[in-house]
Design a protein around this ligand. Sequence first.
Ligand SMILES: Nc1ncnc2c1ncn2[C@@H]1O[C@H](COP(=O)(O)OP(=O)(O)OP(=O)(O)O)[C@@H](O)[C@H]1O
Length: 595
Amino acid sequence: MKSNTKQFPKNKIAWLWENMEGKRALYFVGILGTVLYNILQLTIPYFSGKIVDLFLTGENAATNLQVHRDLLYRLLFAMVGFTFLRVIVVYGSCMIYETVSQSVLYRVRNYLYDKLQRQDMTFYSTYRTGDLMTRQTGDLDAVRHMVAWVVRMVVESFSLFAAAAVFFLYTNWKLALCVLVISPFVFWIIYLFRNRVAPMHAALREKLAQMNTCAQENISGNRVVKAFAREDYEIEKFDRANTDYAETNKATGMVWLKFFPIVESIANLMPVVLLAVGGVFMIRGQLTMGDYVAFSGLIWAIANPMRQMGNIMNEFQRFSAASKKVMELYYSEPKIRDEENAVSHPERFEGKIEFDNVSFQYEDGDLPVLHNISFTAHPNETVAIMGETGCGKTSLINLIPRFYEPTEGQIRIDGIPVEQLKLYDLRKQIGLATQDVLLYSDTIEGNIAYGDDSIKMNEVVKFARYSAAADFISKMPEGYDTLVGERGVGLSGGQKQRISLARALAIRPSVLILDDTTSAVDMETEKQIQQSLRELDFPCTKIVIAQRISTTKTADKIIVLQNGYIEEMGTHEELMEKKGYYYELVKLQTGVDEL
Ligand SMILES: Nc1ncnc2c1ncn2[C@@H]1O[C@H](COP(=O)(O)OP(=O)(O)OP(=O)(O)O)[C@@H](O)[C@H]1O
């Protein structure tokens, strides 16, 4: 896993601000709305205080009620009017927060998806799928929550506190100071709370990713689970991850409970201070009854923001942990990408492939897996690669489309080093059928035309014929319209391999790479495929990993790899004469003692 101390070019808030582009002014209006709403909260206690002083308790209350009745009506009417205005303002600002948060969510999600598409193989072997999915969903939702709720709560709490404090100070500064003097203590408590809870939120995001990874691996590997009857084991494994997540969640929630009684006591102390000190002030004639009513009608506006601080800090830490995960993807750059002066090559390659003293080691590997590999495949030739399992065959072919970069040496296509070509142009010219076949949840036609959706139906059928898939496809009830992939009909391993071969051929590649693509098809079908590959109606250099002699026999060049070194190289006849590894393999496969 990547380190947690990763530095990003922008801090979290600046990053959020960047992703609010186009909606910043609107968001600002939303924030102003929240401030206005909270200032309007003061109107009710203010008018109530006025009514009490003028019409209920003052010396002239009875006279005022007679003479200034219209003023009483105006004050009552203003209270109702401001209440409506507050509702409208709060409604409008909530709509704004929601709109802006959805816009940020949409923008970042698309950006992350784009980033994921452009990552290299090393990235995908570093990050677990469940972890990536969590970043795209749960973590991203915590970011949206920050824009929609946390910022609003912060503005609301501070503006309410500030407005009430100003009102208190303006009305009676001595009483205001007596009430407010204990509030800084709450900030200190919140600071302590933050230090305790921040690492717990980081752990929480990890646990969530672990739980999702567990579920994702189980679902995608359900056949293995069933085959080994490990359902109970998997249920237990998920239960452990789920318990771990729930426990961490609970523990994180509990942290606030330790600080909550102190904050709650301080908040509850305020009305008591107001009652005691305010009472003394009234007895001494330093406070009118109306002002006391206004104070006690607004004391919640001082106490509630303090109570909210814990929630806000909790949510802020949740955002902080989640946004770190999201930003790690957001700012990640693939190591393998276009060089600054990468060459465009939209036209077809002639198809000459040269490996020039190539060695390769995986980033997380201890030892090199390929050593000093040199060979040339001339245009339209077929080069077969053989060797025991784990000797480096797949690693070798992965270097041609630049899935990985050689640690030493150079690979050239038509004399141009592959790293100097634009990745798009390079990969667009390479047809690849891998060992593990992945078909998309789409029709057979859609799967074959995946690399070039402009090809016509008759061409789809032609490529299916080349890969000996046309027969079994035509026998399916819905033919080429049959849905395959996760939600589609079941296909045998050999059938999937043939559709994958048709998909690779359908882009009419200049270079075709087949990684044991016919391992699951019978000998007869394989023979047909070999025949078709020799008779393709477009020029194409083929690099084929194969174990069967029937495949390699007709190749222009056979490379035998052993422990990452080229052990033997030549045609079938040359290698048979050499009587080495290849010769022994032929003997083994044909069952003949002497050839
Ligand atoms: N992503 C990876 N990271 C680290 N090591 C890897 C990675 N992929 C493969 N290896 C290692 O590289 C070596 C060569 O693997 P490779 O897949 O190229 O062999 P192969 O000849 O194609 O095997 P097989 O015939 O079984 O497919 C193996 O020892 C393997 O463990």
